[in-house]
Design a binder for this molecule. Structure first.
Ligand code: BT5
Length: 257
C-alpha cells in the first residue's frame, strides 16, 4: 500500500507541500497524502507560485526512500509518468511531458510537479512529492495560451474521484519500482515533448540554445548547444526550458551510461 496509507483531506491550505514537510519533520510515516481543495500560496520551482483555485487537484505525498539529494531530479522527472498515465486512464486525455516537471496537453500546461527533500546527513530524511493539476479549474493570472485544464479539454467536468483513485494506484506502483530500482524509463521518452527538439534553457542567469539529445538515467537532460558543446542539465530547481521549434531529431534515446 504505502502511498495513500493515510489521506488528509483538507479545505483551503497554504501549500500541501509545506504541510507534508512539517508532518514529515514531526516523524509522520511515509505514504501520507495531503490533499487540499485550494491553496493560498501554492508553490512552483524557483520560488514561483502555483495558482490553486477550487476545482483543481493539489496533493503532496510524504515518502521516505533511501535517497540522496542528487536523486531528487530523477524523482521529479520520472514521477511525471504515473501522473500522465492516471490522467489518460481517468479522462482519456493524452499527456506529454516537458522536462523536467511539466504535464502538457496540446502544448499547454495542465499540471506540474514539485519534489522537495529534507536531508539528514548524507541521505534524505524524507521527500515530499507535490502534484498540482488543473482539473475543473483554470489558473488565475496565467495567460490562456500557456495553460489549460482537463475540463476545458473534455468540454465537461472531469471526474475528480476517478482521477484521484487512478493517481494513487499509479503512484503506488511507481514508488515500488523506485524502491526496487526497476523504473520503466522508456515510458518517459515515449511521452516527452522535449527530446529531439530545439530548446532554450535558462540555468540560473545563463541561457543556452541547442537541441535536446537524450535523457540520462539520472533524469538529466543532455543537450548539444548551437556552439557544439554537449551539456547536461541537471539542476532541476534552477533550470527552465522552452521549445524554440518542433524539429524532430532521429535517434531519440535513453542513454544507459
Ligand atoms: C511547477 O512549478 O509546475 C510545480 C507545481 C507544483 C504544484 C503543486 S500543488 C500541490 C503541491 N503543493 C505546492 O505548494 N506545490 C505543489 P514550475 O515549473 O516552477 O511552474 C510554475 C509556473 O507555472 C508559474 O511561474 C506560472 O507561470 C505557471 N503556473 C502557475 N500556476 C499554474 C497553473 N495552475 N497551471 C498552469 N501553469 C501555472
Amino acid at each position: 500500500m504505502v502511498v495513500g496509507r493515510r489521506v488528509l483531506r483538507l479545505g483551503e491550505v497554504t501549500s500541501t507541500n509545506e504541510l507534508a514537510k512539517s508532518l514529515g519533520r514531526e516523524g509522520e510515516e511515509e505514504g501520507l497524502v495531503v490533499l487540499a481543495k485550494s491553496q493560498t500560496t501554492g508553490k512552483g520551482r524557483m520560488g514561483r507560485g502555483w495558482s490553486s483555485p477550487e476545482g483543481g487537484l493539489y496533493l503532496s505525498i510524504l515518502l521516505r526512500p533511501r535517497m540522496r539529494s542528487a536523486d531528487l531530479l530523477k524523482m521529479t522527472v520520472f514521477s511525471c509518468v504515473p501522473v500522465a498515465q492516471a490522467i489518460e486512464e481517468a479522462c482519456g486525455i493524452d499527456v506529454q511531458l516537458k522536462w523536467p516537471n511539466d504535464l502538457m496537453v496540446q502544448g499547454k500546461k495542465v499540471g506540474g510537479i514539485l519534489v522537495e527533500g529534507v536531508s539528514k546527513g548524507a541521505y534524505l530524511d524524507f521527500i515530499v512529492l507535490g502534484i498540482g493539476l488543473n482539473v475543473n479549474s483554470m489558473p488565475e493570472g496565467i495567460r490562456e495560451p500557456e495553460a489549460t485544464s482537463l475540463k476545458a479539454l473534455l468540454g465537461r467536468e472531469a471526474d475528480m474521484d476517478a482521477l484521484l483513485e487512478s493517481l494513487l494506484l499509479r503512484l503506488r506502483s511507481f514508488y515500488k519500482e523506485v524502491k526496487e530500482g526497476d523504473l520503466n524509463e522508456d515510458e518517459y521518452v515515449h511521452r516527452s515533448c522535449t527530446l529531439g527538439r530545439c530548446i532554450e534553457a535558462r540555468v540560473g542567469k545563463e541561457t543556452f540554445r541547442g537541441k535536446a539529445l537524450y535523457l540520462a538515467p539520472d533524469g538529466a537532460l543532455v543537450i548539444r548547444s548551437d556552439e557544439g558543446l554537449v551539456l547536461r542539465l541537471s539542476w532541476v530547481n534552477e533550470t527552465s526550458i522552452r521549445t524554440t521549434n518542433s524539429e524532430e531529431l532521429d535517434g531519440i534515446t535513453l542513454r544507459k551510461d
